[in-house]
Design a protein around this ligand. Structure first.
Ligand code: KG4
Ligand code: ZN
Length: 345
């Protein structure tokens, strides 16, 4: 079956055509990043994001179809991100998908963006064993899920304040480095001494397992102020490298503690920040030492993309054939859908 996936939750408009069933492959992807539009603001401007999705989506859809060699007549399923994300942005993808579904009489699978980030690892890796632990770490999320089986899971820990990527973006904005901050810190890491500065690992005052990142940003800004570190030169690079090292140590430390405690058979790390070279290295070392299989999506499926949406849409469609796939009343949701829920798709 050919599946057309649409993603527009944040600042990337993406359309992908995949083939599932006998063959499992991503046939084509068309993606328009809005990074340059939002860069002058040091973060995403929701109205600009929504308008840009609106302008781009039809052409991207045609581009993805054209590159895949698959005609719209041969598409068997549409999959679209329903949430979480920026509502104005989500509504563009959702409305476009509904229009296509109605015009073509196609089934429409609504997909959760965070669950799709976890699914991204399945695009390139077969045989991921359950129970698994998945860390989704991006600009909008830092959440650990424990999954006994596909489509069932619970949140083990989530950030109580900023997401890990958000903190990197804010730090880069503060020092006028550009946007997004994550890739810039990734690149600058090699220039500094990551052991020069220490950052204290946060502990929840109520003893909870959640993450917290805003303290890292506050500590970094305090250090820069106290030592009068300007945004260039050795001290600055040491500070940024130490900051990244501490964030990654914190993410890996807490994730592997949870993996040990829960006795999982696989670990997935996904989301935009999982593109980070240091993070990939540190998780590989820690998992290697424990003999725990680690699955990281290919870098292009770490950040927002439509292939992961199509992939999960197909999984849902085949796992739950009795559900409605003709619901044109679908609405977007902005916040994580499965805070209390036991099931997330
Ligand atoms: O998954 P994503 O594209 O969007 C969200 O769902 O949030 O993630 C974007 C985030 C941004 O915060 C960006 O700074 C971060 O991922 N990011 C990285 C890297 N590439 C993207 N963070 C660290 N290192 C990278 N190489
Ligand atoms: Zn994302």
């Amino acid at each position: 079956m050919y599946v057309l996936g649409i993603e527009s939750s944040c600042d990337e408009t993406a359309v992908a055509v995949i083939e599932r069933g006998k063959r499992n492959a991503v046939l084509s992807e068309a993606i328009k990043s809005q990074i340059e539009l939002h860069a002058p603001f040091g973060g995403i401007v929701p109205e600009i994001a929504a308008r840009t999705h609106y302008e781009a989506i039809e052409l991207l859809c045609q581009e993805a179809l054209c590159r895949s060699g698959v005609s719209l007549d041969d598409i068997g399923l549409l999959a679209v991100t329903q949430g979480p994300g920026l509502v104005g942005s989500l509504l563009v993808g959702l409305s476009f998908a509904k229009g296509l579904a109605l015009a073509r009489g196609l089934p429409l699978a609504a997909v959760d963006h965070v669950a799709a980030h976890v699914e991204a690892s399945f695009i390139s890796h077969g045989g991921i064993a359950y129970p698994l632990l998945a860390l989704v770490v991006s600009g909008g999320h830092t959440t650990l899920f424990h999954q006994e089986a596909k489509f069932s899971g619970r949140v083990v820990a989530k950030t109580r304040d900023d997401a890990a990527g958000e903190v990197m973006d804010k730090v880069a904005k503060h020092f006028g480095l550009g946007y997004p901050g994550g890739p810039l810190l990734d690149e600058l890491y090699a220039r500094g001494d990551p052991r020069r500065f220490r950052f204290t690992r946060p502990r929840m005052s109520d003893g909870g397992e959640d993450f917290s990142f805003s303290g890292y940003k506050a500590a970094l800004l305090r250090l820069a102020r106290e030592r009068n570190i300007q945004p260039q030169g050795r001290d600055f690079h040491d500070l940024l490298a130490s900051f990244l090292e501490s964030l990654v140590e914190y993410l890996a430390g807490k994730t592997l503690e949870a993996a040990d405690f829960l006795g999982v058979r696989s670990l997935i790390v996904s989301g935009g920040v999982s593109r980070n070279s240091l993070l990939r290295r540190r998780f590989a070392e820690a998992c290697g030492a424990r003999g725990l299989p680690l699955y990281l999506p290919e870098p292009r499926y770490c950040t927002d993309n439509a292939a992961m949406i199509a992939w999960l849409g197909y999984e849902r469609y085949t796992a739950f054939p009795g559900e409605r796939y003709d619901d044109l009343g679908l609405n977007a949701y902005s916040r994580a859908a499965f805070r209390e829920s036991k099931r997330h798709r």
